[in-house]
Design a protein. Structure first.
Length: 74
């Protein structure tokens, strides 16, 4: 967080998930005018990585995309 808030980028191979990396890159792109909402989003993304909710949401999206089509819904 410190690096991106100071205008740096996101280090590679950090173990951060895509949601957290994306939130950090949004901060880096916004530098020097970093909105508080971007900081809050990064905190939420990191919390989601820690509690597993980011991974659960990603698995649900993948399951939805790969589910067979329901012929009754066509």
């Amino acid at each position: 967080m410190t690096s991106v808030r100071e205008g740096g980028g996101v280090s590679s191979a950090t173990g951060l998930d895509m949601e957290t990396e994306g939130a950090l890159w949004a901060i880096a792109r916004a530098h020097p005018r970093i909105d508080d909402d971007l900081i809050a989003a990064a905190h939420r993304a990191f919390a989601g990585q820690l509690d597993g909710s980011n991974a659960a949401a990603r698995r649900a999206r993948i399951a939805h995309m790969t589910a067979p089509a329901d012929p009754d819904r066509a």
